[in-house]
Design a binder for this molecule. Structure first.
Ligand code: IVH
Length: 674
């Protein structure tokens, strides 16, 4: 490369890396794989080394990416939060070992290996054993104070087992199982899905409303003791010390006596890490002795005593045979790429999700394209890259459909989102069958012997139009019912035993409690938790049908969006008719399990509970209020009587309470009042 080309390439790489850093650190998004990102960084470092005349202090190879987000207080880190140098190759790993040994002038060096958790780095301060503050990495020098959000992490103790001053670092993350659940809820609510656990954790921790953060059930693993402590001489002892203080240190770390043992650890976890509930993208190898770590020191960007060995996420190349559109039970349209079948991570992959119109636009994916697919946090793989230069024909950009593939109704979009949906709620076939499939599902009425295929068969035969018809099915109606069993259009028919099982499980479903029935109705945005809260708070379907907007938002966790959706649902006479028919069939439509009322001292008083309390959890306080005839609401309104405020309550709530002239009381004042 001539000198001008080198200069140009360095400039281009810096621009690209800065752009990806900005997306990653400020918007929690990544649009290239870690591997491609690291390749760019490595190319830049190499070019800068070969041409020191182009070195610059502001190059992304020198500084840690990221900026400070605006809405939080910022604090300087006591010790800069660096990043790790990465490698994907054994050669680099052995070179690292050689370098370390040479610099220390020793024959062999002991390492402490840990998994590299794929989440968000946190620095957490304790004073006298009590949680003081949690900061993000920010620009490495100073970070955002996201304490209000971090205290929602249940596994992070607010009090340590000893009264010590401490700074500790770790990784906040959303577990795989939890991520699936969050996206299931998104799917039910017709909302755009979260892209992956890391971005969801990072986006959540930067939210201003910590009650939403709490719902994301974030977890945190600790891996570094920053403060110096007497008697602690190596990383292994630090981890054990943190564990003994009550901090969440995973057991997966291992002391390795040399680099060969390190390699064994790497090989062991390569496949095994799939079984863990936390996303990991590699291994962190740390020189065990703290004394050695000090000798080796840091570069501007990363420590010389540690390296991350990253696993390449398995990717396969295949061809897009077609792009189809699926209609969900709430009408949401999901584009799906049908692929030339290919083996990936132990299974044959035939389809990949394209998420929504934005994703199709971003990838510029077209039918017949060669694409790379990878398995992410979701079960269905995603398309990560399109080989645009392998296109033979210019077919033009793929166009998102305008009308429903099932019923031809013109599609609508949801404001601010890339989600398209079919508004033909009542007649669109996949929506009709989807609602019934939702009703019979495990979390709702659990009608276990009825499956999606049989439901479609029943609809095709005109035996059911909505969920209420299930309870009128007779043996003679369904014996020999024809239905398709799989995608290959094989026709089956119902035999005696299956008919008996189906009818028995339908009958048994009548015993389900009210919240299951309510959830089963499939009201948009009403997930299982909301259904439970509604049933517990309003007690019966009649109370729910006659409730108005204000009544709904008094219910814990119900805000504007859900309240509007409930009103819309219960204003529809067809829905009321279905409920009437279900009632006549004997389903349970009231909550028997009412709280024991102890007094009417708090009658007509509406409380909003916020923050952390010394003696009681928020749930316990809610119970006390309800037992004394008071009500608890999620959001402040002119109807709120008291804001019951604990520690670390967000400032926004305080300001709003002041504006609305609502009395703010603490835990003690509450019990005095009672
Ligand atoms: S030690 C100088 N240990 O990886 C940084 N980091 O690329 C020392 N990470 O910012 C960090 N698991 O967010 C360390 N077991 C582990 C880790 C870990 C994940 C993250 C951390 C760090 C990033 C570095």
């Amino acid at each position: 490369m001539d000198i001008n080309s080198v200069k140009k390439r360095i400039h281009q790489l810096r621009k690209e890396i800065d752009y990806h850093n900005k997306l990653y650190y400020e918007e929690s998004r990544n649009i290239i794989s870690d591997f491609d990102y690291d390749k760019k960084i490595q190319e830049l470092i190499k070019l800068e080394e070969l041409h020191p005349e182009f070195k610059s202090a502001s190059s992304p190879s020198v500084k840690v990416g990221g900026k400070i987000t605006k809405d939080f207080n910022t604090f300087n880190h006591n010790v800069p939060m660096l990043s790790l140098s990465n490698t994907y190759s054994n050669q680099d790993l052995f070179d690292f070992d050689k370098r370390v040994k040479k610099n220390l002038n020793v024959e062999e060096v002991e390492y402490l290996c840990e998994l590299k958790y794929d989440g968000v780095a946190l620095s957490i301060y304790y004073e006298n054993g009590l949680f003081k503050r949690a900061l993000t990495r920010g620009d490495g020098e100073k970070g955002d104070d996201i304490s209000n959000n971090v205290i929602t992490i249940k596994t992070l103790p607010l009090k340590l087992s000893e009264s010590v001053d401490l700074e500790v670092r770790g990784e906040a993350f959303i577990s795989k199982a939890n991520f699936m659940m969050l996206n299931d809820e998104k799917r039910l609510n017709n909302e755009e899905l979260f892209s992956n656990p890391r971005n969801t954790a990072s986006g959540s921790l930067k939210m201003q409303d910590s009650s939403i953060v709490a719902e994301r059930r974030i977890n945190c693993y600790l891996y570094s003791l920053v403060s110096d402590k007497e008697n602690i001489t190596n990383q292994e002892e630090s981890l054990n010390y943190l564990k003994n203080l009550g901090l969440n240190v995973p057991k997966t770390f291992k002391k390795c006596k040399n680099i060969t043992d390190v390699k064994e650890y790497i090989d062991y976890w390569e496949n095994k890490r799939e079984d863990l509930d936390v996303e990991t993208d590699g291994i962190v190898i740390k020189v065990n002795k703290l004394k050695y770590q000090k000798v080796l020191g840091n570069t501007a960007k990363s420590p010389r005593w540690a390296i991350a060995f990253k696993y390449k996420s398995e990717s396969k190349k295949t061809k897009v045979l077609d792009i189809r559109f699926q209609v969900g039970r709430t009408g949401a349209i999901t584009p799906v790429a049908l692929l030339d079948p290919v083996e990936l991570g132990g299974s044959i992959v035939k389809r990949a999700s394209l998420h929504n119109s934005n994703e199709i636009e971003r990838l510029d994916v077209r039918i017949n394209d060669s694409v790379h697919i990878e398995k992410g946090g979701e079960i269905i793989p995603k398309v990560t890259k399109v080989e645009t230069n392998e296109r033979v024909l210019d077919t033009g950009k793929f166009k998102f459909i305008n009308s429903c593939p099932a019923c031809d109704t013109e599609l609508k979009t949801i404001e601010d989102q890339a989600v398209h949906y079919c508004p033909n709620y009542k007649k669109c076939p996949p929506q009709v069958s989807g609602r019934i499939e939702h009703f019979i599902s495990k979390n709702a009425m659990n009608i276990e012997f009825l499956g999606p295929e049989t439901v479609k068969g029943l609809i095709n035969e005109g035996l059911i139009r909505d969920v209420s018809d299930l309870y009128n099915l007779k043996y003679d109606d369904i014996i020999d019912l024809k239905f398709n069993i799989d995608e290959e259009d094989k026709i089956r028919s119902l035999k005696n035993k299956s008919c008996e099982n189906i009818l028995r499980s339908i009958e048994k479903s009548k015993e389900n409690e009210f919240s299951n029935v309510l959830f089963g109705l499939g009201i948009r945005y009403v997930g299982k938790t909301t259904a439970k809260k509604l049933a517990k708070s309003l007690k019966s379907i009649d109370a729910i049908i006659s409730a108005d907007y204000d009544k709904f938002i008094e219910v814990d966790e119900i805000g504007d969006k859900i309240a509007q959706s409930l009103i819309k649902y219960f204003n529809d006479s067809e829905n009321l008719l279905i409920i009437q028919k279900l009632k006549s069939s004997g389903l349970i439509f009231s909550d028997e399990d009412t709280n024991q009322i102890k007094s009417t001292n708090l009658k007509n008083k509406i409380f909003v509970i916020s923050g952390k309390f010394e003696n009681y959890s928020r749930e316990e306080l809610q119970k006390v209020i309800e037992e004394n005839s008071g009500k608890v609401s999620k959001s402040l309104s002119s109807k709120t009587s008291f804001l019951l405020a604990g520690e670390n309550m967000g400032p926004k709530k305080k300001i709003k309470a002041k504006d609305l002239k609502i009395s703010v009381i603490n835990e003690k004042e509450f019990f005095d009042l009672l």
